[in-house]
Ligand binder design. Structure first.
Ligand SMILES: Cc1cc2nc3c(=O)[nH]c(=O)nc-3n(C[C@H](O)[C@H](O)[C@H](O)COP(=O)(O)O)c2cc1C
Length: 191
């Protein structure tokens, strides 16, 4: 396999966010041929406005779409707010419904909360939204991560070795799905 790019999106803006920390941990644990880039623009995305679609979308939105387009796969890690995903994450996803960057895109959908549930209700909502957007959610690497805050430091240093193992498996599984998608696309181009 050649090198591969993944885009990591945290649904939390909190400075010490465990969801962001989990993605930082994944970034640090990734093998050299797997580049994980953190998406840093979530707070700058304006409220979704279908009236601006598609050409008049603001530059930050176009930059977000371009980053998604360039990534072979996406890892999303979301907290649970009031039994759903944060509005700011839903807002970001809405900007891509018509432009279609998530269509057939391999995605690892994760949620983290300090509770034993791991934010499973937010994950269920995220899954529903990504599914209707025709993303390719990779089931083997999509899961709630319970007790997130106590298993990884805000720096991204993993406290729990089992979590490090799990993150390595998530990266490997997502990379496999990206490769399989590329192979399918190459086959479809054959005469
Ligand atoms: C407004 C708000 C609503 C929340 N609602 C839930 C909830 O419904 N279920 C849950 O398990 N945790 C809930 N939490 C707690 C979050 O799971 C917890 O703050 C978590 O650490 C947030 O993720 P972060 O560390 O990445 O910021 C809520 C937190 C906030 C601030």
């Amino acid at each position: 396999m050649g090198s591969m790019d993944l885009l990591a999106i945290s649904g939390s803006l909190r400075p010490d966010s465990s969801n962001t920390a989990l993605l930082r941990a994944a970034q640090a644990l990734a093998p050299p041929d797997l580049r994980v880039t953190m998406y840093e623009g979530l707070a700058e995305l304006p409220p979704f406005d279908p009236g601006l679609e598609p050409e008049a979308a603001p530059p930050v939105v176009q930059a977000f779409r371009a980053q998604l387009q360039a990534a072979g796969g996406v890892i999303i890690c979301t907290p649970e707010y009031a039994h759903g995903m944060p509005g700011i994450l839903k807002n970001a996803l809405e900007w891509t419904v018509a432009s279609g960057e998530f269509v057939d895109k391999p995605v690892a959908a994760l949620s983290s909360s300090p509770a034993a549930s791991g934010g499973e209700r937010a994950l269920a909502w995220l899954t529903q939204t990504l599914t209707v957007m025709s993303a390719q959610i990779v089931p083997e690497v999509s899961r709630p991560i319970p007790f997130g805050r106590s298993r990884v430091k805000p720096s991204g240093d993993v406290v729990d070795p089992a979590l490090a193992e799990s993150l390595r498996a998530i990266l490997a599984g997502l990379a496999g799905a990206v490769e399989a998608r590329a192979a399918r696309a190459a086959q479809a181009d054959l005469p």
